[in-house]
Ligand binder design. Structure first.
Ligand code: APR
Ligand code: ZN
Length: 372
């Protein structure tokens, strides 16, 4: 039989928090039972990679979770994939058998959910090493490597016709935004929506709101350069909090006639969750959080917000069950029902990945696609 061997390839390794990634020769183990080894084709840089790289303590580590690739080999017991299949990686898997996977109400798989310790779900081990030293994973994906190993439940087979250099964005940011608008908030026609943070996640929400027929989509961002791009995703009003002497929630209440139907936090700033809650209307106002905060994970709110009927709802990956739902989202893109290409502001070769970090940190890009 064809036994997969260790592969030696290039990976961008993070050795220390906040320090430039370094290109290294890494050894990638063969896939273990129920795992697959994937040749990464494209990976985009998401804000969450930066947040973890700046604030977490697990090093050395290979980041990257928004990616597309081609199956190189499969481990024992894998029946769903064969060599050559086109896949999207996902940072939160779907085992299809746990209580949450069986429930329509949740995408929080209890077996293959968000992995926080930098290891594989199956044996708490790593599949990467540099000169014999183990290198940790990120979200059980680690796409900043020419080859990576993922659990077969953390990859989704997609149509081979779909362009991998574009649809990698559907493995996290764009899908999370669309899903928050459609699955989590379930925005109805004619609604007024406010979105805090006009990065890829926030503009994914804007696109979702527009496609649901929202009548007003207010975008809030401290970076005025975001407005032009935001317009093409449906944002109708742009507010820069720095240009007002009054709290931005007051401005939002005024221009929305008493508060919005929905508000979305797409920054990763818990203070803005409070502001978002204060911006939506009494009675039915719904605030959805998508951001991942770096510090101060506690949220503050006066209980009167809830007494007056508001709801605060969390979400991970826009409520999508990755295996069940992503292929149809890819098909929507292929049928031109959703925009994805417009989120790509830069394309860079793998060796320039540190430039992508700088661009995203400086607010100069939406998505940078890294070509391996
Ligand atoms: N007020 C308003 N806008 C802000 C503020 C603030 N205090 N701070 C940052 N922003 C804006 C930035 O200018 C930027 O346009 O929020 C936007 C965030 O966008 P990106 O950095 O491109 O991040 P994105 O990838 O869209 O992720 C957004 O979702 O998945 C999470 O971890 C991710 O928390 C992050 C959030
Ligand atoms: Zn499950």
């Amino acid at each position: 039989i064809d036994q997969p061997n260790v592969i030696t390839c290039k990976a961008m390794v993070a050795w220390e928090a906040g320090k430039d990634l370094v290109m290294e020769e890494v050894e990638v183990s063969p896939p273990q039972p129920l795992e697959i080894r994937v040749k990464v084709i494209c990976t985009s840089l998401c804000r969450t990679d930066i947040t973890a790289w700046e604030s977490q303590a697990i090093f050395p580590r290979i980041f990257g979770h928004e990616a597309s690739g081609i199956v190189e080999s499969v481990g024992e017991g894998v029946t769903e994939f064969v060599k050559g299949d086109h896949v999207l990686t996902v940072f939160t898997g779907e085992c299809k058998t746990c209580k949450h996977c069986e429930s329509k109400k949740s995408n929080m798989c209890q077996v293959l959910g968000l992995e926080r310790r930098g290891v594989m779900h199956s044996d708490q081990g790593t599949r990467f090493s540099v000169k014999g030293k183990p290198v940790y994973h990120y979200c059980a994906v680690s796409s900043f490597s020419e080859y990576t190993v993922v659990h077969s439940g953390c990859a989704v087979k997609v149509s081979p016709q779909a362009p991998l250099e574009k649809i990698c964005l559907l493995s996290c940011g764009v899908a999370a935004g669309l899903g928050a608008a459609w699955n989590v908030a379930d925005i109805s026609e004619g609604s007024i929506v406010v979105i805090f943070g006009l990065g890829t996640v926030g503009l994914g929400v804007a696109q979702g709101a527009k496609l649901r027929g929202a009548s007003q989509i207010i975008g809030v961002d401290i970076n005025p350069e975001k407005y032009e791009k935001a317009k093409c995703f449906g944002v109708t009003d742009f507010l820069n909090p720095n240009e007002y002497n009054e709290p931005i929630q007051q401005v939002i209440k005024r221009i929305s006639g008493g508060g919005t139907d929905y508000s979305f936090e797409c920054i990763g700033n818990t203070g803005m969750v409070t502001t978002a809650l204060q911006s939506c209307c009494d009675g039915w106002g719904l605030t959805v959080t998508l951001g991942v905060p770096k510090t101060n994970p506690e949220i503050a709110s006066h209980y009167s917000a809830f007494l007056s009927g508001k709801t605060l709802k969390g979400s991970l990956f826009g409520g999508w069950k990755p295996k069940s739902d992503l292929p149809s989202l890819v098909n929507k893109y292929m049928n031109r029902e959703i925009q994805v290409d417009e989120f790509i502001t830069h394309n860079l070769p793998f060796e320039d990945i540190n430039k992508a970090f700088t661009l995203l940190r400086e607010g100069k890009c939406l998505r940078c696609v890294i070509h391996m």
